[in-house]
Design a protein around this ligand. Sequence first.
Ligand SMILES: Cc1cc2nc3c(=O)[nH]c(=O)nc-3n(C[C@H](O)[C@H](O)[C@H](O)COP(=O)(O)O)c2cc1C
Length: 214
Amino acid sequence: MPDALPDPLPADPMSLFVSWFDEACLEKASPNPHAMTLCTATPDGVPNGRIVLCKGIDAAAARIRFFTNYTSPKARDLESNPRAALVFHWDHVQRQVRMQGTVARLTAAESDEYFNSRPVLSRLGAWASDQSRPIESHEALMEKVAAAAAKLEVPAAALLGEEDANIPRPVHWGGYGFTITRMEVWIGAEGRLHDRAAWTRSGGGWSEPTRLQP
Ligand SMILES: Cc1cc2nc3c(=O)[nH]c(=O)nc-3n(C[C@H](O)[C@H](O)[C@H](O)COP(=O)(O)O)c2cc1C
């Protein structure tokens, strides 16, 4: 396993990131290699972090897509403070990628397209769950799912995964695009003499890379 970044460093870090991401997804050393920690903060600077799934990378635009509930705490943070950070960690190959960026909602058409690709139960869950709000029991959540299925007239066979169903995207659920303004890659090395490099991005172009001490 290489314990250093390429030398010279690439002018555009997206190619390196995408190759690491694709490799991790192919190897599937953990169940969710496309998981990333999303860090947000309220306008007055109270931070919060949680895992979400990376659901698309546009290398040319340096943009990463993820999907969530637009009324959740993370969305409330992002709607009032659209600056965020992402962290990918692939422990088995000693790789980390950190990103800072700005976030904006995807178009309704982009959100619809992804929503329609989700399994029936996931689409129903988006209707049934008031994400991060309290609920008295898991059973109560399942009742909300059943109520959503009845309201949307989802056939029993679709609930069993035997056929598809027409379930529209609820307006409170959709995607965000995270546009990278800074990327840092990290690769682990012997004796904790890790190799790191960072790039910043503005006006559609990347800065010269900077190699960083561990
Ligand atoms: C592996 C994994 C993947 C997850 N993927 C998502 C996701 O893509 N979107 C999402 O809203 N929550 C996802 N979650 C749940 C979030 O971590 C979090 O619990 C939820 O979104 C509520 O966050 P909030 O209260 O900060 O808004 C995932 C959790 C795990 C452990």
